[in-house]
Design a binder for this molecule. Structure first.
Ligand SMILES: NC(=O)CC[C@H](N)C(=O)O
Length: 358
């Protein structure tokens, strides 16, 4: 079946439809990873987005039971050059098309993903409609995707690793990737996952040794109503944040965020650890970034920069044990080179001994 993509720029693409047959709209973004489509499509930070894969062949090793980053993928649609419908891998249980259909994700293959990527690179903020009905193309009115965190955050507290001997971590869920939870569990932690709008008093009653702010979709400024509670929480425990969590820590301390000219989404984004001068390849997925000049008089200092565009990739508090990174040390998809940041954080939660800084 033929399907169509119309962009907010007016460009129209025709391709072969796969996945859910319902029309869908979303922000069009591109991911440059050569592998990792399963982790990408199930990363909740892609909620409300249409993902263009720049790597030409997608689906060739199928879909397995282990590599999901969430129970239910939250992205809207997938744009693929060459869709493999006969995957080959010993762990593969399904094709990408089957999984797209199962989870209500739209898909178009056989389209020029390079051209779409070029449009997104040029315009930055691009929205799209996927439909099988050619008649609808002319009437598409793009609408920004907003307020997505409540839809992907847990509704109730969840506990993992209850028998673990290591520190007890509260993971605030803005749409966490399973690999963040897994990294904490692998480090010997007990983890309590809590909803994004958790209060200071609720965290105190859980009595953790550390706090972790997860990744998540959307504009970080949409979480502004939570910043007051968040400040009290993070100033009471050793804290680490990733991606959206990093942006929120920066907003708590009066820094500003903005949209990147176009997002960083892929598995080989180089960042420099300013403490050591070492450069690491990282997994990334973000459309917003902390403004470098807004750090000037803040309580935070820069710890990592992006080697390509010099954007902010990490900060830490000048006196409190609070740090965060824009990239993904939990990897999946992508390299695990910065996994040492989990080790450092877990050690910090152990060394402190005291339950609370307050
Ligand atoms: N992966 C994330 O946490 C993304 C953070 C934020 N939604 C952004 O796009 O910048």
């Amino acid at each position: 079946m033929k399907g169509y993509l119309v962009l907010s720029t007016g460009d129209i693409f025709e391709g072969d439809w796969f996945g859910s047959v319902d029309d869908c709209t979303g922000e069009v973004v591109f991911n440059t990873g050569m592998t990792g489509y399963q982790e990408v499509l199930s990363d909740p930070s892609y909620a409300g987005q249409i993902i263009t894969f720049t790597y030409p062949l997608i689906g060739n090793y199928g879909i397995n039971e282990r590599d999901y980053e969430s129970i239910k993928p939250a992205c809207k649609a997938l744009l693929v050059g060459d869709l493999c419908r006969q995957p080959s891998h010993y762990e593969s249980g399904h094709t990408l098309a089957e999984i797209a259909e199962k989870y209500g994700i739209g898909g178009l293959s056989g389209i020029d993903t390079r051209a779409i990527t070029h449009i997104v690179r040029t315009h930055g903020e691009v929205y799209g409609l996927l439909t099988t009905d050619k008649e609808k193309l002319a009437s598409f009115t793009p609408q920004p995707v907003t307020n997505v965190v409540p839809g992907v955050s847990v509704k109730n507290i969840e506990e993992y690793g209850k028998e673990a001997k290591g520190p007890h971590i509260v993971l605030i869920d803005y749409g966490y990737k399973k690999s963040i939870l897994q990294s904490l569990l692998d480090g010997g932690c007990r983890v309590t996952v809590v909803p994004y709008n958790i209060t200071y008093n609720q965290v105190i009653s859980i009595d953790p040794d550390g706090v972790f702010l997860s990744n998540g979709p959307g504009n970080p400024k949409e979480i502004t109503p939570q910043l007051g509670e968040l400040k009290k929480i993070i100033e009471s425990y050793p804290t680490m944040g990733i991606c959206l969590g990093h942006q929120l820590i920066s907003l708590v301390y009066g820094c500003d965020t903005e949209r990147l000219p176009y997002g960083h989404r892929g598995s080989n984004h180089p960042v420099k650890d300013l403490r050591t001068g070492k450069v690491y390849l990282t997994s990334q997925n973000h459309g917003y970034v902390v403004k470098g000049d807004s750090l000037a008089n803040a309580a935070l200092e820069l710890t990592f920069i992006n080697v390509n565009d010099k954007s902010v990739e990490g900060v830490r508090h000048k006196t409190l044990p609070i740090s965060s990174v824009q990239f993904h040390p939990e990897a999946h998809a992508g390299p695990q080179d910065t996994g040492y940041l989990f080790t450092e954080f877990i050690q910090q939660c152990q060394v402190t001994g005291e339950k609370s800084y307050a």
